[in-house]
Design a protein around this ligand. Structure first.
Ligand code: NI
Length: 132
């Protein structure tokens, strides 16, 4: 288990949109990757900050109290706890997330695409790019 992982390779290999997968953990935080496309939905995490890092593509994060931000590959943005936000990808986008382990996928909302922490922690299928 203690081997390097490639977030981009893992994210590229995901079949399901808006379905984050845990790729690493440190202390009280998970590092996750996801493949996204379309609109996620407005929600907030009352107790947790949420870090977005775009690996490929472009992600717009609409925010209740300020103008939307647009993240390009390499960009990082933290949504502070309690701030309502709505991630939108106009085209397929790969993201990395750093979140407290307690963070619920869609915060105070439940969507059809909301994933439980157990689903996010499922073992990843090995792909050609990540075989040891
Ligand atoms: Ni969120």
């Amino acid at each position: 288990m203690h081997q390097p992982v490639s977030p981009v390779t893992i994210a590229q290999g995901l079949d399901e949109l808006w379905s984050p997968r845990v790729i690493a953990e440190l202390d009280d935080a998970y590092v996750k990757v996801a493949k996204v496309f379309g609109t996620f939905g407005w929600h907030a995490h009352a107790e947790e900050d949420e870090l977005f890092h775009v690996l490929a593509g472009s992600l717009r994060i609409e925010l209740e109290q300020q103008t939307a931000v647009v993240l390009q590959p390499g960009d990082v943005f933290v949504v502070p706890k309690g701030v309502r936000h709505n991630p939108v990808a106009e085209a397929e986008c790969l993201i990395l997330l750093i979140e407290k382990k307690s963070t619920a996928h869609s915060g105070d909302q439940t969507f059809a695409h909301t994933r439980s922490l157990d689903e996010q922690r499922r073992p990843l299928q090995k792909t050609a790019g990540q075989q040891a």
